[in-house]
Design a protein around this ligand. Structure first.
Ligand code: NI
Length: 227
């Protein structure tokens, strides 16, 4: 499932992020890449433990924790502490790769199985040329370039790349998460069911049918979720 979640960060929060990013001390992005990915990765990142990264990370995690569509689609069990990158100038692209199946956080030594990847765009498409995130789908790839504050959630098993940035700079936050529901089909079904129940309540208010469908949702979660 590919899911676009708009307005994860509001305008005021984006302004705070932009101010923090201006103080950023960027380093080579290969530090967090696996062997295959490192060969094709050419961008800049914030060091994971840098003060600016810590502040930005807290902002993003707080926003994600309040975002109902993100929770419904991802059912996150563990989120790898989000990272921040910059594409532009000489360090402007990331060729086709897959994300490592397991990420181990250097500070906590906690393992995260990467079921879903996300990119949260931190500046606007007009600020840079190129820089599309292209997710291979067997049809030549889906190119994604979203407004600042919007997030794309996509399966970590997909081959993907970031096209060269030809003008300006592309700033983004990215990370991976382990879902409470490992199987993509089960997760997709739960998301579809949850979205439909919310829509049904919106159309008809509370009803016996909505209660029964909610019961189905939670009973499927009981069968499929690991916490
Ligand atoms: Ni990747």
């Amino acid at each position: 499932m590919l899911l676009h979640i708009p307005n994860v960060l509001d305008a005021a929060t984006l302004t705070r992020c932009t101010a923090l990013l201006k103080q950023a001390d960027w380093t080579n992005g290969r530090a967090t890449a696996g062997t295959q990915a490192a060969r094709v990765k050419n961008n800049l990142q914030l060091p994971e433990a840098s003060p600016v990264a810590l502040q930005l990370r807290a902002i993003v995690l707080e926003a994600l924790s309040k975002n109902a569509p993100f929770f419904s689609a991802a059912l996150p069990r563990r989120i790898y502490p989000p990272l921040f990158n910059r594409y532009g100038g000489e360090a402007n692209a990331f060729g086709n790769h897959v994300d490592n199946a397991i990420r181990t956080h250097p500070a906590s030594a906690q393992h995260v199985r990467t079921d879903l990847s996300f990119t949260l765009f931190l500046n606007n498409p007009a600020d840079y040329g190129g820089g599309e995130l292209v997710i291979e789908d067997g049809m030549g790839g889906r190119a994604v370039k979203l407004p600042a504050g919007d997030l794309i959630l996509y399966p970590s098993y997909s081959v993907h790349r970031v096209e060269p940035v030809t003008r300006g700079a592309r700033l983004a936050c990215f990370s991976w998460l382990e879902s409470m529901v490992r199987e993509p089909q089960q997760r997709t079904l739960l998301h579809e069911l949850d979205t439909s129940i919310v829509a049904l309540r919106g159309e008809q208010g509370e009803s016996e049918t909505a209660v029964r469908l909610t019961s189905c949702y939670h009973n499927l979660m009981r069968m499929w979720a690991t916490v």
